[in-house]
Design a protein around this ligand. Structure first.
Ligand code: GLU
Ligand code: MG
Length: 437
């Protein structure tokens, strides 16, 4: 009989809940080859607990969670407490073929399409906000006081993230009560989404160790700022040069970058069903919440779904390596692999169709009249999950990227969440989702 420490073999499911099974660390080696058992119906589990009914899986079928050795993370465990040790897994058939609902495979395929169509690779970073669920009065937004009051959480979490290989860059208090943000360094392709999954689990783990709960809920309270996940992405050619940058063009966005952005905006409403997919997500994405109030491209405005963050020339900063797109419309109820994969597919569709670059809006989109909105291509994001699912249903291309089984499984989970939220006040839904995420 083995004994000793446990290592968790996990995947991030369609509702962005991390689930899996643990084995003794001493037996990990054999599981690297064969994984551990898994069932299709696990991907019909809702974030609320019960399985979604109806769902395309039923009680039959067998799969494997196959760990990716490159994702091994170990945090803590030095003071007699159990370490958090995990490996992220692909979900495969029992013969090793990728399962058609595996989110990591979905992103891997999208990255391969970027590579083959553009000869490029993707660098991305998921910028997370979260809140400590405390009843104590909060210190002022962005204040040093807020950060110091959170100690030893701030220091512990930053060091744990370093240990986990997530490369945290900064820690700071945000606008809402007990809200914090931890930007991390960009990583290539799949690793960027792996980082997003690991960051959330490490933040929750460190909070748990201090008898607190950290929640990535999209909106904790309708009267407060929400918790966004802004996805920053750039495309590099084989020589490491940015495919998005051209200093001769508006905002430095290349022709290819413009088409890429236009593709994302064109599919934005359907993408929302994958990037902001909880019943409380829509309430975060309203004008004047500094989240993403409108479907448009802006150079600096935080009201736009897509933003080109500033190119800092101070200290001799190189604009080409800085220029990237920031998709502000995601939150932590989104599976990061599905979210990034779908954004990339949408961008690629824009490039394939050679869509013209969107106008870059420098004003508050909410101030535009109808003619102005048309001129700048400004549209509205779905107001609710029901609207987002409707947009997804009507967007043949996005459904095609997903494939029918993933589409059916995904929408069964989302429809079950919608049904459970029906007639529930937004405040109560926010409370429920704060306890989940
Ligand atoms: N909290 C805002 C959101 O929900 C983001 C604020 C910011 O960091 O720009 O996305
Ligand atoms: Mg922020």
């Amino acid at each position: 009989m083995s004994s000793g420490e446990l290592v968790a073999l996990v995947c991030c499911d369609l509702g962005s809940i991390v689930r899996g099974r643990s084995v003794f660390s001493s037996e990990l080696e054999e599981h690297l080859e064969t994984g551990v058992g898994w069932a299709p119906a696990n991907h019909a589990l809702t974030p609320l607990g019960p399985v979604a009914e109806p769902n395309p899986f039923g009680a039959t079928g067998d799969l494997r969670l196959l760990p990716d050795p490159a994702t091994r993370v170990r945090v803590g465990g030095s003071t007699g407490e159990s370490a958090l040790e995990l490996l992220l897994c692909d979900i495969v058939e029992i013969d090793g073929k990728p399962w058609s609902c595996c989110p990591r495979s979905f992103l891997r395929d999208a990255l391969a399409a970027v590579e083959s169509l553009l000869g490029g690779r993707v660098m991305a970073s998921f910028e997370h906000e979260f809140q400590l669920l405390l009843d104590t009065p909060a210190a002022l937004p962005f204040s040093l006081e807020a950060q110091r009051r959170s100690e030893p959480f701030a220091t512990r979490v930053m060091n744990a993230l370093v240990e986990a290989g997530v490369e945290p860059e900064r820690f700071f208090p945000e606008y809402a009560p007990h809200q914090f943000e931890i930007p991390v360094a960009a990583a290539e392709g799949l690793a960027s989404a792996d980082r997003s999954v690991v960051l959330r689990e490490v933040v929750r783990e460190i909070a748990r160790g201090l008898d607190m709960r950290a929640s990535f809920v999209p909106l904790r309270d309708p009267g407060e700022a929400g918790n966004g996940v802004h996805i920053h992405l750039s495309l590099l050619d084989a020589g490491g040069r940015s495919l998005l940058y051209d200093d001769a063009r508006p905002a430095g966005l290349s022709e290819l970058g413009g088409s890429f952005a236009a593709g994302i905006l064109r599919h934005a409403r359907a993408l929302s069903a994958l990037t902001a997919p909880s019943p409380v997500s829509g309430a975060r994405l309203r004008p004047h919440r500094w989240s993403a109030g409108a479907v448009c491209l802006a150079q600096q405005s935080r009201e736009a779904l897509l933003r080109i963050p500033p190119l800092v020339s101070l200290g001799g900063g190189d604009p080409a390596s800085q220029l990237h797109l920031e998709y502000r419309g995601a939150d932590a109820s989104a599976n990061p692999y599905l979210a990034l994969g779908a954004i990339l597919r949408a961008g690629l569709a824009g490039v394939s169709e050679r869509l013209p670059a969107p106008s870059i809006l420098e004003r508050d989109p909410a101030e535009l009249d109808d003619a102005g909105a048309e001129r700048f291509g400004v549209g509205a994001l779905p107001e609710s999950l029901a609207d987002a699912l409707e947009a997804l249903e009507q967007d043949d291309l996005v459904r095609e990227w997903m494939g029918s089984l993933l589409y059916d499984a995904y929408t069964s989970v989302k429809r079950a969440e919608l049904a459970a939220a029906e007639g529930v006040h937004l405040e109560e839904s926010c409370r429920r989702y704060a306890a989940i995420y």
